[in-house]
Design a protein around this ligand. Structure first.
Ligand SMILES: C[S@@+](CC[C@H](N)C(=O)[O-])C[C@H]1O[C@@H](n2cnc3c(N)ncnc32)[C@H](O)[C@@H]1O
Length: 1023
């Protein structure tokens, strides 16, 4: 029997939930432990596990309803997640209420006001009753009491009405809009007892919590609590969430930094209250002791009672022929909000310029922001006193490159090309103002006393340096050359990880590392402190760019993207600004998740653990060099990690990392998945997730999994990554493909000629079932989902067989082919897409679709996806592949990666219209009739009736919506055939007339109007 996820998945709702989770930034459950790249949203993991455990019944609608209930993603569930502080205000409510509701609201309000006025009036009247007239006085009092009761009743009516209206209005929001007002599912209790009754009735369970349900479903499917494993566990989303919902969780990763994060998710966040409190206590004490030492050293405080919380450094160079060192920055704006800028002055008798911090006007801020006085522009160093003089940064590094720093180098040596200097400090003083504590901040250039403090920092560090390196409190590892790691080596000569930190950063981080290692007694506390060190390293490094534009004006995270970028000016943080980053704030997780979890560090090819469900997210085409970037953190954990995890190798073992997309990658992936398949029961189930930009790339992955002995049963795309994901607008969406797989139990041969009709049937069946789910309610699927489903359907058929026409799958995966040569298997998969495209008729075009050529269908289908907000060029290309259209350039108005659009009727002008001689019409002349002698060089669209119809629309629009020239053009072009085509023209024109109404299709306004007028004329046309 298939499981829920093999029949359907609520893609739209899940995408919205995943987006919400992503947008929560630091309040995401696991991200606060530390940086890892490509973390999967917990809600997606939760939905995937439940979907893999829940059996599908014969009633898909009911299944869906129940599935959403389990995840509190049904309508009632979202209502129960609605936050108290996110109720509607009156204006919002009025904008959502019906006219009748507004009227009732006003009436109830008036009744209430009237009742209050009556009380007021009675009170005034009662004051006029003479005190001695006891009876009258009593009567007045009674009347007031009566009226007050009326007020209360009216108020209750009014309130009751408003509460009901709140709920009604909430129900009118789209799912995405609702979510902006809701808690995430992970932060609420779960389904209500009524919901559990319904869930249990449908599934035949007796659960009262998600954990119960998961365990009962596991029992049913596998005879025990379900074991869920992830062999590429990274930041730990999969094992953490699996454990949290009641599974036995297994996680492994090759990289020890990933291992540490996953271990911490389960043992620290999932370690129970006591463990967390101990970690928080140790961290707080370590911070307090470090603070006391920093204060005693006097390295952050000045004579005026201020403490520094930001140190701004820049690189300096002295190019040949220049008498002074030029400080480098792409902008000398210090703070946009504080309007501080840095000016540089020559200093008599010195070859170092002097910084001066000034507060300037808003206009000047804008000028600085736009690069006024910048000393690095487009890779060239600019002389600040003669802006016509410049040197290329590349050339300054010299033909041999920069001197490579050695371990002992902490600051540049005097002869180095790039020097470093402190040019600005932000000082903070807390004062008592108007009964409140207030922070006063000011920026200043460093004084002699400040520079003396810098020297003191350096000498304090030098004293500890060797010992701290030996003990592992500061990094001591060399940087291993690689795609990302070569950048600091090449651009700054930094060859050891500690070179990426200023002396001040090394001193404070090292001190905190030493103190916390002394204070932490438990493994959890030690790991908590290590991860804290990793986090402060990420925010306090020579790679932390200064963000003058941020509201708080602060140093940036090193890993704001997936690289090791070197900046010319950067920021160090004062100790006070490290406190929050070092600490884990208290966790909401009470459960002891580690009891049901096991985390190891191992190459996925070697693991020996058996799981019922493998849920993996391999490093594929995501271009993240985990093994290189992770070393930034490993350099800080290094020896401490080795002590706590003696079985782990404190090394990224780059040579074993799965990466790239070439032959090596395919080989290691087949090995990994063959191993996982070996380590699951026959009725086990797998999901492979990967985030893609081009839906085409995943067919390759399908082949790999096929070769590994798996068969596909379904595939779904969830938008997980970026801005527009939650609103399904398409622009910058990155989908995560979730491929569901089972073990291929028998070795059955397949034959291509038999496979084609099966693929065709499967594609149609799959699409029809998705369309049926889409019919009522919000759309779940967009075009890429349908295309993906077509691929998956083809894979479903193909992967049942162990060979096709006697050819072995593995052999096919590794066969060497010419660049554009396709295997028969790929051709079958692409054919599936063609079938899907044929089957997906834009709404309203059913009548004429059958008679259209492939290029006409492509153009209309492309317009259809454009009108639904799809702008990714990849999707237009994918569609073209499905329709077998080779050249789409001529049809696209814009082919920007995320801004693809089709030409409008007028936008084509008279291009791409076939001339009698086979050439393309020039834009001034009316084209001649089609047909005669169209040569092979002509684009198939150029000779199509649709193209001529578009021209007729253009003619109508160009003649102030006079339809006559357009109609005449069609009659001239098609002759007698015009009458046969007329009905089809009418149907196409009606469709095009609607196009301009769609959001984002404003470019079609004029042509749609022209189409509307032309269609009227054609309808009334008579021979
Ligand atoms: C896309 S990430 C996984 C992210 C994870 N799902 C999460 O939510 O954080 C892929 C992971 O595969 C790991 N990896 C690469 N090669 C590996 C191998 N040979 N064996 C095990 N893990 C490997 C990388 O270290 C990386 O953490």
């Amino acid at each position: 029997m298939p499981h829920f996820i093999e029949t359907q998945f609520p893609i739209a709702r899940l995408s919205a939930e995943a987006y919400k989770e992503r947008k929560a930034n630091n309040s995401q459950t696991l991200t606060r432990l530390g940086k890892w790249w490509g973390r999967k949203p917990l809600i997606l993991v939760r939905a995937a596990v439940v979907g893999m455990l829940m059996p599908a019944s014969g009633n898909p609608k009911k299944d869906r309803e129940i599935f959403l209930k389990i995840l509190t993603m049904d309508d009632f569930g979202t209502l129960s997640r609605w936050r108290e502080d996110k109720r509607f205000n009156d204006a919002e409510m009025r904008s959502l209420a019906t006219i009748d509701e507004c009227r009732s609201w006003d009436e109830l309000d008036q009744k209430y006001q009237k009742a209050r006025d009556k009380v007021k009036m009675l009170r005034v009247a009662s004051k006029q009753v003479a005190r001695e007239d006891k009876e009258a006085k009593q009567k007045a009092r009674d009347a007031i009491e009566d009226a007050e009761r009326q007020v209360e009743c009216r108020w209750m009516d009014f309130n009751q009405f408003r509460s009901e209206l709140q709920v009604a209005c909430f129900g009118r929001l789209s799912y995405t809009e609702r979510l902006t007002r809701c808690e995430r599912p992970e932060n609420v209790e779960g389904p209500t007892s009524d919901a559990w009754q319904e869930i249990n009735a449908h599934l035949g369970t007796t659960a009262t919590s998600l954990n119960d349900l998961v365990q009962q479903l596991g029992q049913c499917a596998f005879g025990h609590v379900p074991r869920v494993g992830d062999a590429f566990c990274g930041g730990g989303s999969i094992p953490f969430e699996a454990a949290r919902i009641g599974c036995e969780a297994f996680g492994s990763d090759l990289n020890p930094v990933a291992g540490l994060l996953t271990w911490a998710s389960l043992h620290l966040l999932g370690g129970g209250k006591e463990v967390q409190e101990e970690v928080i206590r140790v961290q707080a004490q370590a911070l307090a002791e470090t603070d006391a030492q920093v204060t005693e050293w006097g390295i952050e405080h000045n004579q005026q009672g201020e403490r520094a919380d930001a140190y701004l450094y820049c690189v300096e160079v002295k190019p040949e022929g220049c008498d002074y060192f030029i400080p480098l920055a792409p902008s000398w704006l210090v703070g946009e909000k504080s309007k501080a800028v840095c000016h540089w002055k020559k200093a008599p008798g010195s070859n170092r310029l002097e910084p001066e911090i000034a507060i300037v006007s808003a206009n000047e801020v804008d000028a600085f922001k736009a690069g006024k006085n910048a000393t690095v522009v487009d890779g060239r160093v600019i002389d600040p006193f003669d802006r016509d003089r410049s040197w290329s940064v590349e050339a300054l590094r010299g033909p041999e490159g920069l001197r490579r720093w050695v371990n002992d180098d902490i600051v540049p040596r005097p002869g180095d090309v790039f020097q470093e200097r402190l040019y600005c400090i932000r000082w903070v003083k807390t004062v008592y103002q108007n009964g409140k504590l207030k922070e006063i901040r000011r920026y200043a250039a460093p004084t002699d006393a400040d520079l003396e403090r810098e020297t003191r920092v350096l000498s304090l560090l030098r004293k500890q340096f060797d010992r701290w390196q030996a003990m592992g409190f500061i990094p001591s590892k060399p940087i291993i050359s690689g795609y990302n790691t070569d950048q600091p080596i090449r651009e700054r000569g930094w060859t050891y990880w500690h070179h990426l930190f200023t002396p001040r950063q090394l001193l404070i981080h090292g001190l905190l590392a030493e103190i916390s290692s002394r204070l932490a007694k438990t493994k959890e506390a030690k790991v908590g402190c290590l991860l804290g060190l990793g986090r402060i390293a990420d925010w306090n490094s020579r790679l932390s760019a200064w963000m003058f534009h941020s509201t708080n004006e602060k140093g940036n995270q090193v890993f704001y993207n997936q690289a090791l970028n070197c900046h010319f000016n950067y920021a160090g943080r004062g100790f006070t600004k490290l406190v929050d980053t070092f600490s884990i704030s208290s966790s909401s997780e009470d459960a002891e998740l580690h009891r049901n979890a096991k985390i190891i560090q191992i190459d996925a090819r070697d693991l020996l653990t058996t799981c019922d469900i493998w849920l993996t997210d391999p490093p594929y085409a995501d271009a993240i060099n985990y093994h290189e970037l992770g070393d930034f953190f490993l350099a800080w954990y290094d020896k401490q990690l080795a002590k706590e995890f003696p079985d782990w190798t404190p090394d990224a073992r780059a040579e074993l990392a799965v990466r790239g997309d070439g032959e090596d990658f395919r080989r290691s992936m087949v090995d990994v998945y063959r191993n996982l398949t070996r380590h699951m029961p026959d009725n086990g189930i797998q999901m492979v997730m990967f985030t893609h930009q081009d839906p085409g790339v995943w067919a390759d992955l399908g082949m790999i999994l096929w070769a590994a002995g798996l068969k596909a049963t379904a595939a779904w795309t969830i938008s997980t990554e970026t801005e527009a994901a939650g609103i399904k607008k398409g622009n910058y969406v990155q989908g995560t493909v979730c491929l569901v797989l089972r073990k291929r139990a028998v070795d059955e041969p397949g034959f291509l000629d038999e496979v084609y009709p099966l693929v065709e049937d499967e594609v149609k069946r799959q699409i029809a079932s998705m369309q049926a789910l889409d019919e009522d309610g919000e759309p779940n699927f967009n075009d890429s989902d349908y295309q993906l489903a077509a691929y998956a359907a083809a894979l479903k058929v193909l992967t049942q067989y162990s060979n096709i026409d006697g050819r072995d799958v593995e052999h096919e995966v590794f066969a060497v082919r010419a660049r554009n040569e396709k295997s028969d298997f790929q051709i079958v998969i692409e054919r599936a897409l063609g079938i899907a495209c044929d089957y997906l008729v834009p709404r309203g075009l059913d009548y004429s679709w059958r008679d259209l050529s492939l290029s006409e269908r492509y153009y209309l289908r492309a317009l259809d996806i454009e009108s639904r907000g799809e702008r990714r060029k990849g999707m237009y290309e994918e569609l073209a592949r499905g329709f077998g259209v080779n050249d789409i350039r001529a049809l696209l108005k814009s082919d920007k990666a995320n801004g693809a659009r089709m030409h409008t009727a007028s936008g084509f002008a008279s291009t791409l219209l076939a001339q009698a001689d086979g050439a393309v019409a020039d834009s001034n002349a009316l084209p001649t009739r089609r047909g005669r002698g169209a040569s092979a060089a002509i684009h198939p669209f150029a000779t199509s009736p649709l193209r001529h119809l578009l021209f007729a629309i253009r003619e109508t629009a160009a003649n102030d919506n006079n339809p006559e020239p357009g109609r005449q053009y069609l009659r001239d072009t098609f002759g007698q055939n015009y009458w046969n085509q007329r009905e089809r023209f009418i149907s196409l024109l009606e469709w095009l007339a609607q196009l301009g109404n769609a959001a984002g299709m404003e470019e079609w306004h004029t042509d749609s109007e022209a189409a509307r007028i032309l269609v009227g004329r054609l309808r009334n046309d008579q021979a």
